[in-house]
Write a protein that binds this ligand. Structure first.
Ligand SMILES: [Cu+2]
Length: 137
């Protein structure tokens, strides 16, 4: 009987660890995102959220210049560059952060599952490789 309870306890601990890992691990779907911006990249470059849920975005700009966090609407394919004046209709969500700043934003995840492109809209930054992917599940 004593042996049985030790095994049960170990299984319980294992179950708790597995559950904890499922939430925040790499590639896991989460309602809270942490993204770091610098010249000229986002870290991480891909993040997953559940469709239609409120998302908390902890954004940090570790770079030495201002950066944007723009989620483009589904199906928008950029013609090699982003023109902030002409393409604001293509933007689903937009946040701007000055160098060295950190701020928490919230937005509603798109209701439609799929991949959404994230870019920096400051002139030249998307072309320099500042892009990421938001995966809605
Ligand atoms: Cu930028």
């Amino acid at each position: 009987m004593k042996k049985f309870s030790i095994v049960s306890a170990m299984l319980l601990v294992f179950a708790i660890i597995s559950t904890a890992c499922a939430g925040g691990g790499a590639g896991g779907v989460s309602t809270s995102l942490k993204v770091d911006m610098s010249e000229f990249s986002f870290a991480p470059t891909s993040f997953s959220v559940p469709a239609g849920k409120e998302i908390t975005l902890e954004l940090k700009n570790s770079g030495s210049i201002r950066h944007d966090f723009i989620i483009l609407k589904k199906g928008v394919v950029l013609p090699g560059k982003f023109d902030a004046e002409k393409q604001m209709d293509d933007v689903y969500f937009h946040a701007v952060l000055d160098s060295g700043k950190a701020q928490t934003f919230t937005f509603m995840a798109p209701s439609e599952a799929g991949e959404y492109q994230v870019i920096c809209g400051i002139a030249g930054h998307f072309q320099a490789g500042m892009t990421a992917t938001l995966i809605v599940k």
